[in-house]
Design a protein around this ligand. Structure first.
Ligand code: ATP
Ligand code: LTN
Length: 326
């Protein structure tokens, strides 16, 4: 069995892009692997957070993890800051990384661009991510293709330490999403659907009610041709909607095109509202059952214990290799 590790930041507004692109894959991977899924709260404080909102977001994401089908009996589900090994290993890895390689990270360059004095944590973000992954001897890391550089530096660090200190870490593989799994923004189909976009109608959050979903889909940007046809280059808006329709209904693109031949966008959009509401409703039902329950806290505590047991073994090994402690 392979070990799978991934993490999502508790920054609110988990949307259908996160679901179709990441969470759904997490659920599928549970079938044949040992999975460790983390809510990476330490990563989220690289940018300022309101403590009350952060706490709420952590529990929201945890409840959504379970609502979409992550099974706490099979997968360890936990919060990063509840396992001390992450920060500890990050320090050790920091001492084996170079400021030059971190300066080349595009995410750092983007996020620090408008920030005159960027926090050091934003700069060392990829090292903490490498620690997350290496701490669990992870074989496979499912992530969006925006994380490719971070996976690459994780592999570089693992190989560097292994060469210098002898075999210490498993060198992980990234498992990147297919292009089709990338859900685009509803108001600007050339950029990806995002948690942090200002316009709430640019995304469909997993917790949106039916009337919000209807409004967002009916307002979504299309084109003037008026035919339901998939063409990402010429018709990115309608193609994105067809993609969403296909992902939720299981119908192939060609079948959707056939079904809506001769129909206008209005009719197609109305059906897409129904398909989307039908898909998110059971998730919302399970979410509301678990969100306020004691069970959620119990699951996170148990998940942290399981994660700690694995990570302590790795930390013992790492400390021995480095000659740390007595
Ligand atoms: P932001 O847009 O604010 O940067 P985000 O929506 O990308 O945030 P993350 O927490 O960075 O959210 O991503 C969680 C996971 O969801 C990642 O694996 C990421 O690749 C995936 N993901 C994010 N947006 C999309 C999208 N539009 N389509 C498909 N997958 C996505
Ligand atoms: N950087 C990732 C979140 C993340 C992660 C991880 C993903 C933090 N640590 C470890 C996979 C493995 C993001 O922004 N999506």
């Amino acid at each position: 069995m392979k070990r799978v590790f991934s993490g999502v930041q508790p920054t609110g507004n988990i949307h259908i892009g996160n679901y179709l692109g990441a969470l759904k894959q997490f659920v599928e991977l549970q079938e044949e692997n040992e999975c460790v899924y983390c809510i990476v709260d330490l990563h989220s404080i690289t940018l300022p957070q309101d403590p009350k909102i952060l706490k709420k977001n952590i529990l929201d994401v945890a409840a959504l993890y379970i609502a979409v089908g992550l099974d706490p009996k099979r997968s360890a589900i936990f919060v990063q800051s509840m396992v001390s090994g992450h920060a500890e290993l990050a320090w050790i890895l920091m001492c084996n990384s170079y400021t030059g390689e971190l300066s080349r990270m595009t995410q750092f360059k983007q996020k620090s661009r408008d920030n005159e004095s960027a926090p050091t944590g934003l700069f060392t973000y990829p090292i903490l991510m490498a620690a997350d992954i290496l701490l669990y001897d992870s074989d496979v890391v499912p992530v969006g293709s925006d994380q490719k550089q971070h996976i690459e530096i994780t592999r570089d660090l693992a190989i560097r330490v292994n060469n210098k200190y002898g075999k210490t870490f498993v060198v992980p593989e990234g498992r990147f999403l297919k292009e089709g799994a990338r859900i685009m923004s509803l108001d600007d189909p050339t950029s990806k659907m995002s948690k942090s976009a200002e316009n709430i109608h640019s995304r469909i959050s997993l917790l949106d009610n039916a009337s919000k979903i209807k409004k967002s889909i009916m307002k979504s940007t299309t084109d003037s041709e008026g035919s339901v046809r998939f063409d990402m280059d010429e018709k990115p808006g309608i193609s994105n909607l067809i993609n969403i329709y296909s992902s939720f209904s299981g119908l192939e693109t060609a079948d959707i095109e056939k079904k809506y031949t001769g129909c206008g966008y209005g009719e197609f959009k109305k059906d897409l509202v129904d398909v989307t509401v039908e898909a998110v409703l059971p998730i919302q039902q399970r979410y509301s059952d678990i969100r306020e329950s004691e069970e959620l806290i119990r699951i996170l505590k148990e998940g942290a214990e399981r994660a700690a047991a694995i990570s302590e073994k790795t930390m013992d090994r790492v400390k021995k290799k480095f000659g740390l402690g007595v």
